[in-house]
Design a protein around this ligand. Structure first.
Ligand code: 13P
Ligand code: SF4
Length: 319
């Protein structure tokens, strides 16, 4: 613990010296979330991370999360230096939707409006008409559907299917999934619900359809935390990354949170729903990056300018 406190102090000092602010996702380790809050930074869902970085005056943004979050920050803020504790932190949705396959797919469907989830590369965003996160996806597609637009949606098939079901929009879906949320198991969750019949069910929409159908609230990480506060239940089963428990517990003290099962047949797994890439962010690599200036996010300028159009639309729509 002493060692940890020392590292934290060094990080705080470096953040000040370098006019840097730390923006963290709810799924990164608790120490990083605490540090972001203690230093005037921010912990949030992917939409609000983008907003915060865009509005904050610091000249360096340190993004603790996965690569698309750092890239989004750079797309919106070319004049700022964007650093990440690691550049290896991928996202399976991003990996399963390479621009080399996605661009020709879009070209085959020129009549469709291309809407992509923020969990994509800058190149994919550059080909899109709109970028969304899970917190505004349903509203944006509803709005496009009202204008009679046909949609090409990528990459998350579960989120796409969920939006399609809610809005009835004409959506052609790319078939990728999140390796973390795709693992929630229906039968085991059913057994857990029998065990805790009073529990509210909170589900991130990257989860399979049968899991979403059991939910009392479906939404982005921030929306799920809000639901934990506002729904009357005293106990919740939570189908998203376990990193969220730190903030959920703070937001709704006294309530109980149980991790939804990810291992099938009756298993209850309290810690395994955790994104392996989010877990690559830590205090040590954060300090290293502040000391060396390594791990700077670079986005090709031509790609960035194109990606800015669709990404700025996301922020404008979210206002
Ligand atoms: P949120 O926008 O809900 O934070 O989701 C990002 C993400 O990667 C979830 O797996
Ligand atoms: Fe991507 Fe899933 Fe990890 Fe979120 S939890 S960053 S969607 S792999």
């Amino acid at each position: 613990p002493e060692q940890k406190a020392l590292v934290k102090d060094k990080i705080k000092q470096k953040l000040k010296e370098q006019d840097a602010v730390l923006v963290a996702h709810y799924y990164v380790e608790r120490d990083l979330q605490e540090l972001a809050e203690e230093t005037g930074g921010y912990v949030s869902d992917s939409l609000d991370m983008a907003r915060f970085g865009n509005e904050h005056p610091a000249t360096t943004l340190i993004v603790a999360g996965v690569r698309f979050m750092g890239e989004t920050a750079k797309i919106l803020n070319p004049e700022k230096r964007v650093l990440m504790p690691t550049l290896e932190a991928e996202c399976s949705l991003d990996l399963e939707c390479p621009a080399s396959e996605f661009i020709p797919f879009c070209d085959q469907h020129p009549e469709r409006t291309v809407v992509v989830y923020s969990n994509t590369s800058a190149e994919v965003k550059a080909r899109a008409d709109y970028v969304v996160t899970s917190s505004i996806a349903v509203d944006l597609i509803t709005w496009l559907d009202e204008q009679g637009k046909k949609i090409l949606w990528a990459p998350d098939k579960h989120l796409g299917r969920y939006i399609q079901r809610l809005t009835g929009a004409d959506m052609l879906l790319w078939q990728a999934a999140c390796v973390v949320h795709d693992e929630f198991k229906f039968r085991a969750l059913g057994e857990m619900i029998e065990q805790y019949p009073d529990a509210g069910i909170l589900v991130h929409p990257e989860s399979p359809e049968e899991i979403i159908k059991l939910a009392d609230a479906v939404g982005s990480t921030s929306q799920l935390i809000k639901a934990a506060q506002t729904l009357p239940h005293q106990r919740f089963i939570v189908a998203t990354d376990s990193g969220i428990f730190y903030k959920m517990q703070q937001a709704a003290p006294g309530k109980e949170f149980i991790a939804a099962p990810t291992m099938g047949e009756g298993a209850t797994c309290r810690s395994c729903a955790h994104c392996p890439w989010m877990a690559m962010n830590g205090l040590h690599n954060l300090l290293q990056v502040l000391e060396t200036g390594n791990n700077e996010i670079v986005v090709d300028e031509e790609v960035r300018v194109k990606a800015l159009r669709s990404t700025q639309r996301m922020l404008d729509f979210a206002k």
